[in-house]
Design a protein around this ligand. Sequence first.
Ligand code: NBG
Length: 835
Amino acid sequence: MQTEDIQIRIEDDRTGLEIETLKRAILDNLFYIQGKFPEIATLNDYYMALAYTVRDRLIHRWLISSQTYTKVQPREVCYLSAEFLMGPHLGNNLINLGIYDRMRQAVQELGLNFEALLEQEEEPGLGNGGLGRLAACYLDSMATLDIPSVGYGIRYEFGIFDQDIHDGWQVEITDKWLKNGNPWEIARPEWAFEVKFGGRTERYTDEKGRSRVKWIPDRMVQGVPYDTPILGYETSSTNTLRLWSAQAVESFDFRAFNAGDYYGAVGNKVFSENLSKVLYPNDEQIQGKQLRLEQQYFFVSCSLQDMIRTHCDRRGLPISIFHEKFTVQLNDTHPAIAVAELMRLLLDEHGIEWDQAWHITQSTMAYTNHTLLPEALERWAVGLFGSLLPRHLEIIYEINGRFLNEVRLRYPKDDERIRRMSIIDESGDRYVRMANLATLGSYSINGVAELHTQLLKQDVLHDFAEMYPERFNNKTNGVTPRRFMVLSNPRLTKLITSKIGDHWIRNLQELRQLESFVEDLEFRSEWRQIKLAIKRDLANYIQEQNGIEVNVDSIFDIQAKRFHEYKRQHLNVLHIITLYNRLKANPNLDITPRTFIFGGKAAPGYQMAKLIIKLINSVADVVNSDPDVRDRIKVVFLKDYNVKFAQRVYPAADLSEQISTAGKEASGTGNMKFSMNGALTIGTLDGANIEIREEVGAENFFLFGLTASKVSQIKAKGYDPMQYYIANSELKAAIDRINSGFFSKGDTALFKPLVGSLMYQDPYLLFADYQSYIDVQTQVGEAYRDQDHWTRMSILNTARMGKFSSDRSIREYVKEVWKIDPLKICPPNEPCSIH
Ligand code: NBG
């Protein structure tokens, strides 16, 4: 039967948006899905009933979308990412459906607490930080802009660990996000694929007399897709996030079972399921573990097989035009094995000749680079790679051999260049360089902010940019205003909308209209009152969480991001200690009160980052209880920074700390989220900070520190941090204070690794930037005293952030990289002939 022939009967209680219908639907789901009478239902039961009520309203749009794609056969983007840091779905879906307020009322009329139900959702933390959250923002924007797309990734059973703090130290706790069930996903075991590992290859001659290769693996795993609908804002387009879960091909090895080896029989099952068990918690640091390569290959292979099945089987199209219907965006090198896997599928499974296979592959893939840090550039030992993926290693050798011949023709006798451009690093032990593979296999290569792309072309991928300049382009990151303004800052959203209407939510450039209200006294006062109210909420949360009382009139000075030396949370700490020293020397000193707030996780194996967390907590203990300080400074470390928590923090900030060493932060996206919510930035000329400053105006941005080129110059000359320590008495006093054991109950050994690294190496130039940072912080303190002026700057920050909507980023990808047309989806129950 053709699906078009089926008249789908609309069940009103599943799609209706009226308050009475919503109430009925929640109770219905409580009864039939959760199987509970209200008397014994838990908060979680109500959350589930509510979530299913919302999901029901997505399903019809989702099915119409997928049916439309099947019919129209548009070109689609497949966004391949090892991480999707989605954050809670419920609130966001309510915003995008346009029923947030109505649903709140329905829930309240049922006598339930709406906020408590939203809080109940365990967020899917399937990512580490910026890279994973960017993928989530891009899914929101692609759906909002009606771009047919699929997000492909891994359904980790345990996402990023939960962070607890014991005695000032980070403690990691497993993230059991699935323990109460996940109402947003639908398993599709009937669409599973098999993925091979290990073994060997064999040559044979096919029926047409051609030489072909067969891969004989030594083990096999099954990937089962779990689909989550991704609805756009005020549109019916509902795309799919398809995450693969690993399962054993045969749960039981019956031979072993019958032989009485029960444990042996389930061994394979346990082994296979380990594959998607846990997210690697390293941000910008590779570990080189085999399981990680297995994860990467696993999800890439499932995803490519899935696309090919859609193309050939479901749509009946020839494989030769695969690249016309699909484009794959590689989110960093984590899915870069896709280049070799697509080649393998085309050559070995579809019998395509090499040149055509390479043409299809190179016309399909596009690669986004997210880091220049050498420790984050992925490479795999050739031995490990070959034992896991023997056929892929052969293919990579062949790609490399052909490519290096071209390089030799273009640049004769330039052996150094050959060595640099080779996919195989042969400078010592041999490695497969994933960035080279991704670059070579892609028709587009982009960085994530202007400076980053420029450095990428100058440095890490210089030779490639010289040989293929037309493939390189910049796509400055963006973030979705739906989650990071509308959902997380309803008060500001209401004020803005009361002045300029609500079109800014789809077209963020319209925030510019706020500029004409800057001179409006009442508007400024409302703006200030809102910030104050939000700060009060955060202050209550801090009181609850940390038992610390903070002054809401103080500057909320916030640094919230992963802990990494290049992000320089410890530079922030040096400022705190400097202020503290000044107050100790002069207890009557008049300084603008500040509350320093930190949030963020450290990779479990990154000792230095963990020590910086311990230092912050140690400084907090001393400063917060010193009577000399008299509440002029407070230090707060808020544990377990995640998306849910980020939504609470961005709106409450007065000052956003974006203080990485210039040239190290590829873009940053937290910088955008703070500024959109009216925080001012203190920052270096790094990543997207540069573009934010250009947009908001130099006079509304606190700039300090060396430029990226100055940083390289100083390093090239031989940087000696000790010189700064000797010459700068305040810097020396701050360092000495840590060294003396003052913050560690007399233990002078505790912070030695940190202080030693600063005094003798200081790889991220804290000492070189110290004075400039302190001076500009003094200006911040002074500026804050003029509340009226500060408010103007705050308004202008929000008003001028239009560029940093992820809608803008996605529009650029669509136009300049993917070349895809939007496809409008008919709303359910309405006659329509749009697409
Ligand atoms: C991170 C960069 C950030 C950037 C995000 C998103 C990695 C490898 N890179 O600066 O450090 O904002 O990617 O592009 O996680």
